[in-house]
Design a protein around this ligand. Structure first.
Ligand code: NAD
Ligand code: TYD
Length: 342
């Protein structure tokens, strides 16, 4: 595996992974294949395009478009696909699931079919802890059944099932990783941490869903990238690997931590109507990946501090997004008139 096609590489985790892999492996070449939806942004790869001009290429394309996918694989002599391309935001999947089914289910099938026909060495699927559904107690193991509850999670679980079907039926060399909530540089400010941080910087209220007692495992994006790298190189073919820290953080505590770090008042926290079907807790058992030798380099608190610092220092990146028409429209639709408890 020397020539990687990173689909969705212009998004948050994908762009971090592209940078990480090019820095780590001097003999690897990367082609990013990305549709550039609202979440895809070539600013995320600006430094990569400059620093690695001889080993990096970009193709604008939809993973649902079989001809363009095949063309890119052949033109760049791709050995392996790492698929980050997806619609990724639960709230958007509640408003309009259509694109989620197209990209996360059908698009995954198109990539698998191309990988099979063209005989690629590996297909790696980036999945999520959300496929296990709400976990009232304990921690999800890779062998647990999937029980997704949001349209986003259901579309991601469907993708995973198809990946497994290609392994069983056609012997396609696949691996899957299921990551917990990522935080770090270049995360689109619709997800809770960048949304809260950038709102707080501007003294805009932090919309906290429901009672704020929902639990997530937030891990630093580069720790996630290291886990994916390890599975790509040392994972068992056909295997599924969870990636997270196992630490638990309630949303209300996250809001307080972010406000503390930024020196902003607690009065900025604004309770709002809860998300429909809101999963109260995710928790991953990560012992399988640890057995391969992986350890996260950041605690949750380190990851949060690092992330806050990045957003404070990189307003050039997020201000144009937040002031754009697309974001403004989304924010209005999602949050206007949603306040409770005033
Ligand atoms: P993101 O929304 O920041 O980026 C998604 C990228 O995919 C964008 O660049 C977008 O343009 C591209 N894309 C979307 N539809 C496409 C299509 N049809 N064809 C080609 N490109 C398309 O997402 P992210 O947060 O970086 O997540 C990346 C992957 O990791 C996703 O598969 C997601 O399910 C998974 N994941 C995310 C998290 C998280 O906390 N963000 C956690 C676990 C797993
Ligand atoms: P989010 O970042 O959307 O990730 P997930 O896919 O895990 O739902 O949300 C993380 C948690 O934060 C989740 O419990 C919902 C909550 N949340 C809020 O309280 N307010 C917000 O504005 C957003 C976007 C999320």
């Amino acid at each position: 595996m020397r020539n990687l096609m990173i689909t969705g590489g212009a998004g948050f985790i994908g762009s971090n992974f592209v940078r990480y892999m090019l820095e780590r492996y001097a003999d690897y070449r990367v082609v990013v294949y990305d549709k550039l939806t609202y979440a895809g942004n070539l600013d995320n790869l600006k430094d990569v395009a400059e620093r690695f001009a001889d080993r990096y290429a970009f193709v604008k394309g939809d993973i649902c478009d079989a001809a363009t996918v095949r063309g890119a694989i052949q033109a760049h002599e791709v050995d392996a696909i790492v698929n980050f391309a997806a619609e990724t935001h639960v709230d958007r999947s509640i408003m309009d699931p259509d694109a989620f089914i197209q990209t996360d289910v059908y698009g995954t099938y198109v990539l698998l079919e191309a990988a099979r026909e063209l005989g690629l060495e590996r297909y790696h699927q980036i999945s999520t802890d959300e496929v296990y559904g709400h976990v009232p107690q304990g921690a999800s193991k890779e062998s647990d059944p999937v029980a997704p509850r949001s349209p986003y999670a259901a579309s991601k679980a469907s993708g995973d099932l198809m990946v497994n079907a290609y392994f069983i039926t056609y012997g396609l060399p696949v691996t899957i990783t299921r990551g917990a909530n990522n935080i770090g540089p270049y995360q689109y400010p619709e997800k809770v941490v960048p949304l809260f941080v950038t709102n707080a910087i501007d003294d805009i209220p932090l919309p906290l869903y429901g009672d704020g007692l929902q639990v997530r495992d937030y891990h630093y994006v580069l720790d996630h990238c290291e886990g994916i790298d390890l599975v790509l190189h040392k994972g068992e073919i056909g295997g599924v690997y969870n990636i997270g820290t196992g630490a638990e953080m309630r949303n209300v505590d996250m809001a307080h931590l972010l406000l503390d770090l930024l020196g902003k008042p607690e009065s900025l926290i604004q309770p709002v109507r809860d998300r429909a079907g809101h999963d109260r807790r995710y928790s991953l058992d990560v012992s399988k990946l640890r057995a391969l030798g992986w350890e996260p380099a950041h605690t949750c608190e380190d990851a949060v501090a690092e992330t806050v610092r990045w957003y404070a220092e990189n307003e050039w990146w997020w201000r144009p997004i937040k002031s754009g028409d697309h974001y403004q429209e989304y924010y209005k639709q999602q949050y206007e008139g949603r306040e409770v408890g005033d």
